[in-house]
Design a protein around this ligand. Structure first.
Ligand code: IMP
Ligand code: MG
Length: 185
């Protein structure tokens, strides 16, 4: 695996984003909504650097992308806090096509928040298929499949403290493991 953003660079990026968020909201109360599961690491690191009165909730969104292709988006909002008349900041790991964020914003706006903004650790260059853009961005990255710091490939690698790009040998290892598991079923 190739390191794309080192642990120290990630830390600096998260601190920079938190600084911008603190400046934007000043001391106004804020409701953070983390998008499960990819945002959990960013969420934990970032909220500890936010200084306004803060509520934290989560929403689950998954597009069942087995390897790299997108399926329909499934949203579970059972754990969402009440956001009517609240300033909302949605936090996700990566802005790729943008469909996840675009659909979540639509869903939030129906619930009557005062405002909805978005923060992502990563934005993939040239991949967007929607008109919205995140309000706070940690890093712009090339169009590579990345893992670590919350991001997964087939539910692995979320615990890596840096962001890495998977290489062919990583994918081959996964393919042979999947085949073995399948064989033993
Ligand atoms: P979008 O709807 O295409 O913007 O995709 C957003 C979601 O796809 C993210 O929340 C991730 O879960 C997943 N995703 C997109 N690109 C990557 C990647 O390079 N690595 C891991 N997950 C990704
Ligand atoms: Mg995700």
């Amino acid at each position: 695996m190739k390191t794309l953003i080192s642990e120290e660079q990630v830390r600096e990026g998260v601190t920079r984003m938190a600084f911008e968020i603190n400046q934007t909201y000043a001391n106004r109360p804020l409701t953070i909504v983390g998008v499960l599961t990819g945002s959990v690491v960013l969420l934990a690191d970032m909220i500890r650097q936010l200084t306004m009165p803060l509520r934290v909730g989560v929403v689950q969104a998954s597009s069942y992308r087995g390897a790299t292709s997108r399926g329909p988006l499934v949203i579970n909002s059972d754990l969402m806090p009440d956001i009517a008349n609240h300033d909302v900041l949605m936090v996700d790991d990566i802005f790729d096509t943008g469909h996840t964020m675009a659909e979540l914003i639509q869903l939030m706006e129906k619930l009557g928040p005062t405002s909805v903004r978005t923060a992502v650790l990563l934005r993939k260059s040239g991949q967007q298929e929607v008109t919205i853009q995140p309000d706070f961005i940690g890093f712009d990255i090339p169009n590579e499949f990345v893992v670590g710091y919350g991001l997964d490939y087939q539910d692995e690698y979320r615990n890596l403290p840096f962001v890495g790009a998977l290489e062919d040998e990583d994918l081959q290892r996964h393919a042979s493991r999947t085949k073995r598991n399948h064989d033993s079923c």
